[in-house]
Design a protein around this ligand. Structure first.
Ligand code: PBG
Length: 329
């Protein structure tokens, strides 16, 4: 009781604040998403993601070296697939010489100790912009799972350390784990996007990869039949528990900031590492507000990341990773 207790005693100086601080951010927290395109010498800024780029393989090499020097040791690869290679079943995703497979090899050749995780989903390869095969106005579940498993195997063969299925089909972790085991890839890990919500925050990412669902007859306009309803909380636990039972090594909640209650629920329930994806829309909002001078970029960036970690994240996939590490050093 006051004055025996004065909370401000622990806030008087940076030294005492640092001493009692419960949550800190360091380079080991981050997984860096990278967007890869065909071509040479390409470094294109993504319009809705200021200061974030798509790289061709030669410049990907340079970027990976930079990340490693900054102490960032894990990347999450996404590819922008040319339109003429897209179809309904993601055939190009299984091409051993495909852009993803070459990107994996490029990172591993450049920086063998860099942890390489790969996106596994059909949407960048889909002519309809969906994470699975479209048929009769539906997204087929089991047929999609077989392709996701083949895709994961192909990434593992190219040298990926972890595959990261972001599609939200039911049972895909089991299919992927089983095929990897059958083919001898016992040590290839799975980071499952286990509680992934049907979110408006993915807009800039779909610009980056040109992967939004297309607006044509008999193709669902959104992903609400497979991604989760933002209104639901219990379902996140069911989804996540099932992915762990099926063999996920790391689980994920996505998006980040608007879903921190879910992060805490999951953290309190499971015994595997929990990743959080601070998604493209979260990045875009802060960049835009900061450009207008309405928010202090660095202060809000750090506050958001601390909040994600405080909520229970062991790993944060974030487009701010480089900005943060530079700020810290
Ligand atoms: C698709 C995928 C998406 C993201 C990662 N993988 C978008 C979607 O589900 O439509 C979003 C990431 C971001 O917004 O930063 N499989």
């Amino acid at each position: 009781m006051y004055p025996l207790r004065r909370h401000r005693r622990l806030r008087q100086s940076e030294a005492i604040r640092a001493l009692v601080r419960e949550t800190t951010i360091n380079p080991n927290d981050f997984l860096v998403p990278l967007f890869v395109v065909e071509g040479k010498g390409v470094k294109e800024e993504i319009a809705s993601m200021p200061n974030y780029y798509r790289f061709s393989l030669d410049l990907l090499e340079k970027e990976v070296k930079t990340l490693w020097k900054l102490g960032l040791k894990a990347v999450l690869l996404f590819v922008k697939v040319p339109d003429n290679l897209k179809d309904n079943s993601g055939t190009e995703a299984l091409n051993p010489e495909g852009l993803m497979q070459r990107a994996i090899m490029t990172v591993k050749n450049t920086c063998p100790d860099m942890l390489v995780m790969t996106d596994v989903a059909l949407d960048p390869y889909s002519s309809f912009g969906h994470d699975g095969i479209v048929h009769g106005g539906q997204i087929l579940n089991d047929e999609t799972n077989s392709i996701l498993a083949e895709m994961s195997l192909s990434h593992a063969q190219a040298g990926a350390d972890f595959v990261a299925p972001s599609d939200m089909m039911d049972g895909r972790i089991f299919e992927i784990r089983s095929l990897l085991e059958d083919e001898g890839f016992h040590n290839t890990g799975i980071m499952s996007y286990s509680a992934k919500y049907a979110s408006g925050f993915y807009g800039p990412f779909r610009d980056a990869l040109d992967s939004a669902p297309v607006d044509i007859k008999d193709v669902p306009k959104d992903k609400q039949t497979y991604q989760m309803d933002p209104a639901n909380r219990m379902e996140a636990i069911r989804e996540t528990q099932m992915d762990i039972d099926e063999g996920a090594d790391i689980v994920m909640v996505k998006p980040g900031l608007a879903y921190l209650d879910i992060v805490r629920d999951i953290k309190n329930t499971v015994d595997v590492p929990v990743a959080v994806y601070q998604v493209s829309g979260e990045y875009a909002m802060l960049k835009a507000a900061a450009e207008k001078g309405w928010l202090d970029h660095d202060a809000v960036m750090m506050e958001q990341l601390i909040s994600i970690k405080r909520a229970g994240a062991n790993i944060i996939a974030s487009y701010f990773a480089k900005d943060v590490v530079k700020l810290l050093s």
